[in-house]
Write a protein of this length. Structure first.
Ligand code: 5GP
Length: 201
């Protein structure tokens, strides 16, 4: 059986990663969302264990020292990490995983998992990003400012060129189609199909 493929999706908060992730998860079989641990407080409507596993800083620190994250990072003053268990289970059982993680986490995964596929999702420009963050209205103004500064830093060519794909999320349907196509065509790459073909022919 082929190993599960990790699909990494990074990009500024407010760029539409969550909506895109939900869209492809609804459309594709054998694709699971990697639920991260975070020390951030839940936003309205977020479900523990589904959107994130919300934990204390002390518990996060314990998990780090036990080596239970495949990557972790400090983002906007909160800690985030991808639990090792779920990631490895998916890999060995051939389930593809969708990870919504920041550029620091993506760079850690790039070093250890060369088979992963890296996508960067962007709004058309900074003005649209600001507008989307204001409409989302779940962050205080000060956070919006911080997020815009960070978005500028994260979209430097030196960071973007590390990604296999860049998706501009202007029209949601088109962006969804792009992410969908990336996943479907990656699954068909001959190097990922050889095992299956060998066992059937
Ligand atoms: P938010 O708090 O808005 O849900 O997410 C803030 C940022 O943290 C986003 O850029 C998101 O991609 C990133 N993030 C979420 N989970 C993880 C994770 O497990 N690891 C890393 N490195 N970043 C994460």
């Amino acid at each position: 059986m082929r190993q599960g493929i990790p699909f990494i999706v990074s990009g500024p908060s407010g760029g539409g990663k969550t909506t895109l992730a939900k869209g492809v998860l609804d459309k594709l079989d054998n694709l699971r969302f990697s639920v991260s641990c975070t020390t951030r407080k839940p936003r309205d409507g977020e479900v523990d264990g589904q959107d994130y596993i919300f934990i204390s800083e002390a518990d996060f620190g314990k998990m780090v020292s036990q080596g239970r994250f495949i990557e972790h990072a400090l983002v906007h003053g909160n800690y985030y990490g991808t639990p090792m268990d779920e990631f490895e289970n998916a890999r060995v059982s051939g389930v593809d995983l969708l990870l919504d993680i920041d550029v620091q986490g993506a760079s850690q995964i790039r070093k250890n998992y060369p088979e992963a596929v890296f996508c960067f999702v962007l709004p058309p420009d900074l003005k649209v990003l600001e507008q989307r963050l204001i409409e989302r209205n779940s962050d205080r103004d000060i956070d919006i400012g911080k997020r815009l500064i960070r978005a500028k830093e994260e979209t430097k060519p030196s960071i973007l060129e590390e990604y296999d794909y860049i998706i501009i999320n202007d029209e949601l349907d088109e962006a969804l189609e792009s992410l969908f196509s990336i996943i479907v065509s990656t699954r068909c790459e001959s190097k990922r199909m050889l095992e299956k073909v060998k066992s059937n022919f």
